[in-house]
Design a protein around this ligand. Sequence first.
Ligand code: 13P
Length: 328
Amino acid sequence: MNNLHEIARDLAVPGKGILAADESLKTAKKRLESVGAEDNEENRRMYRELFFTADGIGDYLSGVILFDETFWQKSSDGTPFVKLLESKGVMPGIKVDMSTAPMPNFPGEEFTQGFDGLAQRLEKYVEGGAKFTKWRNVIRIGDTMPSDMNLREMAIGMAHYAAAVQAVGMVPMVEPEVLLEGSHTIEQAEEVTTKTLQRMFEEIKNYNVDVAGLVLKSSMVLAGDKAPKQSTPEEVAEATLRTFEASVPEEVPSIVFLSGGQTTQQATDNLQVIAQKNNGPWQISFSYARALQGPSLTIWAGKSENIPAAQEKFIERLKETAAARDGK
Ligand code: 13P
């Protein structure tokens, strides 16, 4: 087994998953200000340090996805975050897309930026110790969405990105996020997610990407957050696994979920039932940001005296989520 295959598999080993700590500057500002903390570089650093220095994260985390600013930052004792994570047996990863922008002529739809200078940025991250990368596209469900053009652009972009990342020896995580926002039914979410993943893997194969050396980061399949009928964990698990069955090549070693605005409880319960029902060839785990960080963010609120309590809450969330990953 080559190194990329091993890393892709190890990122979703039983009992462990991934922390997404790769919020862009814009999203980090939103999170910090939501609890009354000032948005500045030092507060963003402290916020990340809270998670990375929590005692025992290595028992539950296989990897952490970082944002460029965080990737080069250090903890208070001067240890670079990348080294700190490595010392805990946690693989450092890096978000390499440059966020989304409105798609001209397709109101409501977005494309992902970041191809300019990508090869040079990837080289820097490899030298800096990154083992894997993330690229996110967003797909919105609506009357006329997603358009065929949005899916085409997503699929080719994702394949191009994955090929570029494997070429420099890192594992690409491909994340076509089907947004939870909207009043769509679970059936519509299943149809759109299936089509999205089918189109993406078709182009990934056309680009000669090694699918055994990548990780799929997917949305769960569920009704929109404004749908009158919300989905039960049973429904979510069945629809999500049917979707993967219809669209994910069996050589893909690992599938991880984003939480996408689900509550912490929903994200945990849905993951647990998916894990229980999964008979597919893939390992399935988590790669949450909000569903892991949210409760600790509220406790911390930008105050250093709250760090121990926020860390304790984080470990509790990790324990629950890792147990759900194992179907417990
Ligand atoms: P959430 O779990 O908050 O959706 O974030 C995961 C992520 O990385 C989205 O790109």
